[in-house]
Design a protein around this ligand. Structure first.
Ligand code: DC
Length: 225
């Protein structure tokens, strides 16, 4: 595991859908007063733009067009990544498709690296969560966590999350969607989802949110001491 190997205070958190990485990343950012970026929202926003334009998320030209629109919008509206419409599974699937295209990943790289290097004023460091933060975006992060949990538990968590937001979904559909998305995210050639060799792997299947945070804070303390 990498501990204090660079001067920048960057925490990379990767893992599959609904592993708990987003909840953990937010709680950790609050506890440490770090800036936080949900990099999945970038891919979701590209997927959203492609679908909105009636395009195909597997088409490189449609996806790159979506990236261009997103870049323009990000210049004028920094709330765009918190759009609740990005959170449904249709957009999640489109995101996973555009994310398999290398040129899309390249187009989104600088946004992520700039955020990591220049967290908001007054913040002590940056936390980014996604699929390739420890392997590609911030390979020199001071601390890398890979958050996972068994698929049934992740599907239940995702179902509850979607239902709480008013989306009518069934467990079976969410589980199937998760299987397909995991296989695509892990099997793609471009920056496949996998733990970086120096990441600390945390299985959250039997952990509460409080226990997750406690563990992560211990690792952060060691990383930045
Ligand atoms: O974390 P999420 O479910 O919001 O991510 C949506 C999709 O975006 C996910 O299926 C894969 C892709 N993604 C990625 O390829 N790399 C990232 N760093 C973040 C997300």
């Amino acid at each position: 595991m990498t501990m204090s190997s660079s001067n920048s205070k960057i925490i990379a958190i990767d893992g599959p859908a609904a592993s708990g990485k987003g909840t953990l990343a937010r709680a950790l950012a609050d506890a440490l007063d770090f800036a936080y970026m949900d990099t999945g929202a970038l891919y979701r926003a590209v997927g959203f733009e492609v679908l909105f334009a009636g395009g195909n998320p597997e088409s490189e030209s449609d996806a790159l067009h979506g990236c261009n629109i997103l870049s323009q919008k990000l210049n004028s509206d920094d709330t765009i990544l918190s759009n609740p419409d990005l959170r449904n599974d249709k957009i999640g699937n489109a995101a996973s498709k555009v994310a398999a295209i290398q040129s899309v990943r390249d187009a989104l790289l600088d946004i992520q690296r700039n955020f990591a290097k220049n967290p908001a004023i007054g913040k002590a460091g940056a936390i980014l969560d996604g699929r390739d933060i420890g392997t590609v975006v911030c390979p020199r992060a001071s601390l890398k966590l890979y958050i996972t949990a068994n698929m049934e538990i992740r599907a239940k968590r995702r179902m509850k999350e979607l239902q709480s937001k008013g989306f009518g979904v069934t467990y079976k559909a969410v589980l199937e969607d998760m299987r397909v998305r995991d296989a695509r995210d892990k099997g793609r050639k471009a920056a496949p989802l996998m733990p970086s060799g120096d990441a600390i792997v945390i299985d959250t299947s039997d952990l509460s949110q409080g226990q997750m945070l406690e563990k992560a804070l211990e690792y952060a303390k060691k990383a930045f001491s």
